[in-house]
Write a protein that binds this ligand. Structure first.
Ligand SMILES: [Fe+2]
Length: 270
């Protein structure tokens, strides 16, 4: 059995004073780490599904690394549309992993390795596009092939990516924030894994989501830095004030994936 904490979209600034719509991402991330450390169990690891920082900046990654260094569990990071892979790899501390795409390609695609991780094949993929193309994602064919080729077919599989693969039923999000070739990747995964695919886990929406699409379970966690609106007919994406501290507790057993969502109260933006 594996116990994993899923967090996302911390949006650190270059110093502790950055405020985003009345929220201080650094103060909130410190509280988030304290809440994870206070759980009545120590997770096997914590996965962050991207947007570690608000703008790519070495000082922002150094601040994130400092805050996450107090986390009792090892961490893994996914690249989000606000991230820079070279800076992530330079400043952040990852648990053990094997790169599936050469570092020179600038894509952060890897498989988790070591110890209990070997009971499930965990993959991290990088769906970023150039910033001027928009906030949606697209997964390169070389990453899809790398993941599919590394799936043994003998163990359960789970995937972490910044971008959700499938619509959630909210107009602006579905039109702007998804992985454009999400169905292609979803179907490639399910075709290789059959009933062994344990889920695809994402961030980016600043919303908690649960989606079952094309036979694949998808779960997303919100952001401690601010939650987005997601009405069915929204033609924009606004921030909800006074957000809680969100994280998901994922449990992987021999035959199940379980997700427990937390949204803890927070007071103290400054
Ligand atoms: Fe974000």
């Amino acid at each position: 059995m594996l116990e994993v904490i899923h967090i996302s979209d911390t949006h650190f600034g270059p110093d502790r004073s950055l405020m985003i719509r009345g929220a201080n991402p650094c103060v909130r991330s410190i509280a988030l780490v304290e809440a994870i450390n206070a759980l009545p169990f120590t997770p096997d690891w914590v996965v962050h599904t991207g947007d570690v920082v608000n703008e790519p900046n070495p000082h922002a990654y150094a601040l994130a690394a400092e805050v996450f260094s107090s986390c009792k569990a090892p961490l893994y990071f996914v690249a989000g549309n606000h991230d820079d892979v070279a800076m992530m790899r330079e400043h952040l501390h990852f648990g053990p992993y094997q790169l599936l795409i050469p570092e020179s390609d600038g894509q952060l695609c890897y498989r988790l390795t070591g110890g209990k991780n070997e009971a499930v094949e965990f993959f991290v993929v990088d769906g970023r596009v150039r910033p001027e193309e928009g906030p949606h994602g697209f997964l390169s064919e070389n990453q899809i092939a790398a993941v599919i080729n590394h799936i043994s077919g003998e163990k359960p599989v789970a995937v972490f990516i910044h971008y959700p693969l499938s619509p959630i039923g909210s107009a602006w999000i579905d039109g702007h924030l998804l992985l454009e070739n999400g169905p292609r990747f979803r179907d490639a995964l399910s075709g290789k894994t059959g009933n062994q695919l344990r889920g695809v886990f994402s961030g980016h929406l600043h919303r908690g989501i649960q989606v079952f699409s094309g036979g694949v379970f998808q779960s997303g966690v919100s952001s401690p830095a601010g939650e987005f609106t997601a009405g069915p007919d929204d033609d924009f994406c606004d921030f909800l004030p006074g957000g809680l501290l969100p994280f998901n507790h994922l449990t992987f057993t021999a035959d199940a994936t379980m997700v427990k969502s937390y949204a803890l109260p927070f007071e103290g933006d400054a």
